[in-house]
Design a binder for this molecule. Sequence first.
Ligand code: SF4
Length: 81
Amino acid sequence: MSTPADASSGSPPGLRVSVDLNLCQAYAQCCYAAPRHFRIEGHEALFYDPAPAAEHRADIERARVACPLQAIRVEDPERGA
Ligand code: SF4
């Protein structure tokens, strides 16, 4: 799992990912869509990368769209979202 990009390094700012765990039902669709960033451990414990690098935008977006409960929120400073 990655860490946020350092703004002073010149690399693009990272994404901010959050999951509403009150909505999440551990369907694991995000894990299939972006296994490097989301995983289920045990029966229902979702672990995820809250600050993936911007280069992983496509994977994160695929996971967000795949979630049947729309529990994944993505903030993308580079795109103003
Ligand atoms: S796809 Fe959505 S509901 Fe399923 S584990 Fe991921 S965040 Fe939770």
